[in-house]
Design a protein around this ligand. Sequence first.
Ligand code: NAD
Length: 257
Amino acid sequence: MDTTSATAPPAALRGRTALVTGAASGIGRACAEAFAAAGARVYVVDVAAAPAEELAGRIGGVAVVADLSDPQAVEALPDDADIVVNNAGLQHVAPLHEFPTERFALIQRVMVEAPFRIIRRTLPHMYGNEWGRIVNISSVHGLRASAFKSAYVTAKHGLEGLSKTAALEGAPHGVTSNCINPGYVRTALVERQVAAQALAHGIREDEVVEQIMLDRTAVKRLIEPDEVAQLALWLCSPSASYITGASLPVDGGWTAH
Ligand code: NAD
């Protein structure tokens, strides 16, 4: 018996499985919630066990606790996803000549090598179904550099190359691959930075956002995580099937400069 209400919108992703990394917080959590609301079964992948399990329970998904800096843990992830959202990431800010080498290597493992391994492992399933969607959460820093963020900028530029290559190889098999390139998103990470900068500069938190973070942005506000998630969801819709190998800024005009 079909229990769907006559007035409810169709669940666009019913029958699809989505794997979202870094899904316990921020953009990843918003993506997991949006994909689940659209009917997908979601693998909530994160190193943070408690919030991953809480979210998976709330959205009817499956928590997968894994440290993506460990290649063996990545190789043990589920390989039957129709949709992959490569989102997990971290930042480290330091001048290049003092940048800790182990921190640089860690950031490449989590933000480039893990996406490579995840795409590599899930493509056979997607090819088998002649349908797949890869959404890579890049950044404005996949397109532009900022001083003191060498590891992050390097990793995001690497992710851009991986995404475009997956687009070329996936096209004959119905698989698209794209990057989303946000400016500053209102996540716990950024909110902590706002508070710290307000203290350091002796200015109000709204002044930090406007004068420091949004200096190069035409739209003077932070992006909400759900705005990024809705674009990720749209990239999995039929109307986006011709969009592949693209990098889509959600940056309030930052890259218009
Ligand atoms: P966040 O810190 O809120 O969430 C990141 C999640 O990744 C956390 O749940 C964390 O536990 C997880 N994670 C980190 N290292 C991991 C590891 N080794 N294994 C498994 N999980 C791990 O951050 P966010 O702001 O939501 O960022 C998500 C993505 O969006 C990142 O790739 C980030 O570079 C990108 N991004 C963020 C912004 C922003 O302003 N917040 C802007 C552009 C791009």
